[in-house]
Design a protein around this ligand. Structure first.
Ligand code: A2P
Length: 278
């Protein structure tokens, strides 16, 4: 694996700090930074002691802009609810207002994190079922990094299927690492090893499984590969997190199969959230 992880402040030496002053309102300290490639990174921050969230929720995080005003974006929390630290997974956009700077954060820097978690990609917004699909593209995998480490997921569903589609093979590295970590986790590993199935695909690079997830659902390849029956509103529940196009197209497929969109106030058979990218 070619990911570069820093857990000490030494990487500060060569870079100008982009963090906020430690006494900034809602500042949290960066504990580690992992660069997966020139387009993707993830980082861990300290968890404020009173901070609670439900698996799959997001918060606003960011830095100060040149005028000293908070520049915040919604980021799914990519850590389990029981973790002592929080984590986020992000793209790097070279001219993006936030991620052009955020990608340079280093261990010991502070970022802003608002402590009001929200979101619809939560177990509470789904009615009971047998099989839970989690359909992600790109950084849309982030909320599932939290959900697949929630024991409740495995209590509520017999089978959990995480699909992750990216353009290129190296964009799958974080997901692969996440699955490995989850399956060897002392708390959740055994449940995940027995009930979690991972289905990575690429659309542009050559890889063992190619194609958009929508195509693989429509032509039945997904069901054949996993040896599961076609989507059914009786047994299957779905969470979607990716680009607007993905959300719209998967939504249409699900509704054709009789599934209905759920919300915190009205649980149903599928939920979606757009990918929160800087
Ligand atoms: P594709 O390469 O065919 O566009 P993006 O980086 O544009 O968000 O895309 C991430 C992944 O999601 C890519 O593999 C992309 O496939 C796929 N994708 C984008 N839009 C859709 C869609 N409407 N339905 C299914 N997959 C999509």
């Amino acid at each position: 694996m070619s990911a570069q992880t820093s857990t000490s402040a030494s990487s500060h030496d060569t870079k100008l700090s982009v963090g906020v002053p430690a006494d900034t309102k809602d500042a949290v300290k960066v504990l580690s930074v992992t660069h997966w490639n020139d387009r993707l990174f993830h980082f861990e921050v300290e968890r404020p002691s009173s901070f609670r969230f439900r698996s799959g929720e997001f918060v606003m995080i960011g830095l100060l802009n040149d005028e000293g005003k908070p520049l915040l974006r919604a980021y799914s929390i990519a850590a389990p609810f029981w973790s002592e630290t929080l984590a986020f997974y992000s793209i790097k956009v070279q001219d993006g207002p936030l991620t052009s700077k955020l990608q340079n954060i280093a261990v010991g820097d502070y970022i802003i994190m608002k402590t009001k978690p929200v979101g619809t990609l939560v177990l509470d917004a789904l009615i009971p079922g047998k099989r839970l699909y989690m359909i992600a593209t790109g950084t849309g995998i982030a909320p599932f990094a939290s959900l697949i480490r929630d024991p409740e997921v495995y209590e509520q569903y017999d089978e959990v299927i995480l699909t992750h589609t990216c353009r290129e093979t190296d964009e799958l590295a974080y997901g692969k690492w996440l699955i490995e970590e989850t399956k060897k986790d002392p708390l959740i590993g055994e449940l995940a090893a027995a009930q979690l199935r991972y289905y990575p695909t690429t659309t542009r690079d050559e890889s063992p499984k190619m194609g958009r997830i929508t195509t693989l659902i429509e032509n039945g390849t997904l069901y054949e590969d996993l040896n599961v029956p076609p989507l059914s509103a009786e047994t299957d529940r779905v969470m979607i997190c990716g680009s607007m196009g993905l959300n719209t197209d998967v939504k249409a497929l699900l509704e054709a199969a009789g599934l209905e969109e759920g919300a915190n106030s009205k649980p149903a058979t599928y939920v979606l959230e757009k990918a929160f990218v800087g």
